[in-house]
Design a protein around this ligand. Structure first.
Ligand code: MN
Length: 410
């Protein structure tokens, strides 16, 4: 299962960067950050004085990296048609035998990663990760960001596995570690860019299954987009509607679209990423000219991006995705959003229940998410690990199992 052959080839290509991390791993900025946060020791060191008894010596002894591949129903959005899940599984094993799991879910058109690049990045990290003490999960995450800043999905898989092993070691579920008390969260469900009659059929079915919010994709053809939105409202008149253009419109087309939708008496709960991710002025133009809430998704990868949304006043909400921002930095983005009275949304890429579980724990643990878009595309049986939160539409229910709740390989 583990694709060592391909990974080794990539390792050679990446050896310079790996050597850099192996040597010290910290840039000057990273060192300052780690010190300022009281990390105490540098990642890579085995010194661990001052740590609590019982948490001593939780050293990572093994890191396994494997591709995960599933076919899926074609899912067209403004950025292209998704037809496969091509992800990667990270397994970390501690010296005490505790095993934790993480998933990387790349979407080339969103975060510039694909399965080949995540396998390459993950393999390049292995020598640095093995030997680390999981007590230093935050310092490890900062070090990885300082070198692999562009490989967010790959880094997310490592953070996920680190925090899974860490909270398994503590003996508590990840959402409890984050301070949460919710054990059930409700998701919307997304209808892709499909013909209006097909969208209506899906909307009727979703409403009958108990979904209260339907999300739909737009941003390719204005007339077809409006027809699809009307058809969904027709099929599920009682459901809230969340609209996502995935950067597909110009500012003026976005405005024309949303005005026409409102003109039909439809008031979407949010209009997500109407324009190009870098066009914050265009997004502000849309926001300033409609009463519908505008959400920033692709525009926000980092906490600095979140600050820019606040500074420019271009959005009412931020859609956090762990694959864009990783777990540690998503906590900062949530704090920025909360501090500036922005609404919080959580979304996902094309993920198995493993990565979705982490987002479910995150939303339940951090709390305050008004919009939850964590609809699974795959069954629990199509997940590399067993256990985890249980999905019964439209709810995710978290059990009391430690970590993310997964007990082992399927
Ligand atoms: Mn989106």
């Amino acid at each position: 299962m583990i694709n060592f052959k391909r990974a080794d080839h990539i390792n050679e290509v990446m050896s310079t960067r790996r050597a850099f991390i192996k040597k010290g791993g910290l840039t000057a900025g990273g060192l300052a950050t780690a010190t300022a946060l009281g990390a105490g020791i540098l990642p890579g060191s085995n010194r661990n004085s001052g740590r609590q008894e019982g948490m001593r010596g939780f050293t990572i002894t093994k890191m396994f990296i494997e591709p995960i591949n599933y076919e899926m129903e074609p899912f067209p959005i403004a950025l292209g048609v998704m037809t496969h899940l091509d992800n990667a599984l990270v397994t970390l094993v501690l010296e005490n035998g505790i095993e934790g799991y993480g998933e990387a879910a790349p979407i080339m058109t969103i975060n510039g990663e694909n399965q080949q690049t995540i396998l390459g990045a993950l393999n390049s990290c292995r020598e640095f990760i093995v030997g680390q003490d999981i007590n230093n999960y935050r310092a490890i995450a900062y070090t990885l960001k300082s070198a692999f800043w562009a490989q967010s999905a790959a880094r997310c898989a490592i953070e996920m596995a680190l925090l899974d092993t860490y909270t398994k070691t503590l003996g508590i579920p990840f959402y409890s570690f984050l301070g949460g008390t919710e054990t059930r969260i409700e998701t919307d469900y997304t209808i892709a860019i499909v013909p209006a009659d097909e969208a209506k059929k899906q909307a009727i079915k979703l409403a009958s299954e108990g979904f209260r919010v339907i999300k739909t994709k737009v941003g390719v053809n204005l007339k077809e987009d409006i027809d699809r939105v009307l058809a969904i409202k027709d099929g599920a008149p009682g459901c809230g509607m969340l609209i996502d253009a995935n950067q597909g419109y110009t500012p003026k087309t976005a405005l024309r679209f949303i005005n026409e939708v409102v003109g039909h008496g439809i008031y979407p709960v949010m209009f997500e990423q109407p324009v190009l991710k870098t066009d914050l002025a265009g997004m502000k133009f849309v926001r300033d000219n409609t009463e519908i809430m505008v959400g920033a998704d692709e525009s926000v990868f980092t906490r600095a991006d979140a600050i820019n949304v606040v500074r420019t006043g271009c959005a009412d909400a931020i859609n956090i995705k762990l694959m864009k921002s990783c777990i540690i930095e998503s906590l900062d983005i949530a704090a920025v959003a909360r501090s500036s009275n922005l609404k919080l949304m959580i979304g996902c890429m094309v993920e198995t229940n493993l990565a979705l579980a982490c987002a479910v724990h995150f939303a339940a643990g951090v709390g305050g998410f008004d919009f939850i878009d964590l609809d699974p595309s795959f069954d629990a049986s199509e997940c590399p690990v067993k256990g985890g939160p249980v999905y019964t539409a439209p709810y995710w229910t978290i059990g009391q199992g430690a970590g993310l709740g997964f007990t082992g390989r399927q």
